[in-house]
Design a protein around this ligand. Structure first.
Ligand code: SAM
Length: 322
């Protein structure tokens, strides 16, 4: 189960514009030089080193990185478990607690279906594959054309997402404690194998051919990458095709404490990073509450900013033919 294989069979059925990060070019053409873990292609720089470091494979060890579970921050409201299940919650978070409000994934999915051109859709830093599932459901419903790709840097997370999306009537799973996952969120139907193409990859060295992606989603990843939002956006944007759409959601829950008189404005920083990456904001919504399970202590609501931004058809400054 934990053995590495070459990535030939893992990539043999993929249609998506996966790239070999190490050598460039389509990953499918380089499959023999790549590795797969449990059927998941490792599309990272130096896959053998990655496997040794992050999976313990090749060193006679079996080691899994723990699932990435983020830590609570000092600002978000914490709610006791009873808030979700007893009575009818009142107040501004009532619809969120009842699962009736559009969460960040629902907001961004609606934009993607409406505004993205047809073609490959990618869920980058996919976690449990919440957006990949929505993208694939849109393809199944004839609302757009595929393929749908999803990748995350954490191998165990991709494996869990794959089984969550294809093997069960999706209840998504959220950490209940450090060792236990609990069902969470609205049930969405399971999808057939192949509806989403999965891989292990790093958003800072994305395994995507340049100019190939019609709809790229970055869900709640920007605040988790130490290099910062601008680094993630500048690494991922070149994968977009001209006219392609980026959707993103991000909670502004960095650990920095609020400062008297205010600190740096994260909204302005995000807009600047989008502009710097060559993207034009099309629409945004803020705040969009995101309800997540907080270990076994209750629920946490993060307030997210959701943005849709487009890569222009021509680079800025370029002139059309007269
Ligand atoms: C908070 S989760 C969000 C998951 C999902 N996108 C969502 O919105 O539910 C952040 C995910 O980003 C992944 N991640 C962190 N750094 C990454 C990187 N450099 N490249 C790819 N994924 C990364 C983590 O493994 C984790 O699964």
């Amino acid at each position: 189960m934990n053995n590495l294989t070459d990535a030939v069979s893992a990539l043999s059925t993929t249609q998506g514009p996966w790239m070999c990060v190490e050598r460039g070019g389509p990953a499918q053409a380089r499959a023999a030089a790549l590795l797969a873990w449990d059927g998941l292609p490792l599309l990272v720089p130096d896959p053998a080193l990655f496997a040794a470091r992050h999976l313990g494979v090749g060193l006679g060890l079996i080691r899994h990185e723990p699932l990435p579970v983020d830590a609570p921050d000092g600002l978000s409201p914490h709610l006791p478990p009873a808030a979700r299940v007893v009575g009818v919650p009142e107040g501004i978070f009532g619809p969120t607690l009842l699962g009736e409000a559009a969460d960040p994934a629902a907001v961004c999915a609606a934009w993607g279906v409406d505004l993205a051109p047809d073609g490959p859709a990618v869920d980058a830093g996919c976690g449990l594959g919440v957006m990949a599932r929505r993208m694939a459901l849109a393809v199944a419903a004839g609302e757009r054309e595929g393929p749908v790709l999803a990748f995350d840097r954490a191998p165990a997370m991709v494996r869990l997402a794959r089984s969550s999306v294809h093997d069960s009537a999706s209840v998504a799973f959220a950490p209940r404690s450090r060792r236990e996952l609990a069902p969470f969120g609205p049930a969405l139907p399971p999808l057939p194998a192949g509806a989403v193409e999965w891989a292990v990859g790093d958003a800072l060295r994305p395994p995507l051919l340049p100019g190939s992606v019609a709809w790229l989603h970055i869900g709640n990843l920007l605040d988790m990458v130490p290099e910062g939002p601008a680094a993630v956006l500048s690494a991922l944007t070149p994968a977009l095709m001209p006219g392609g759409l980026l959707t993103l959601s991000t909670p502004f829950d960095e650990e920095a404490a609020p400062l008297p008189g205010g600190g740096p404005d994260p909204v302005a920083e995000l807009s600047a990073a989008l502009r710097e990456a060559g993207l034009h904001e099309v629409t945004s919504q803020d705040p969009v509450p995101w309800l997540i399970r907080e270990y076994d202590r209750g629920w946490r609501i993060l307030l997210c900013r959701c943005v849709a931004a487009r890569l222009p058809l021509r680079p800025s400054g370029a002139r059309g033919r007269r």
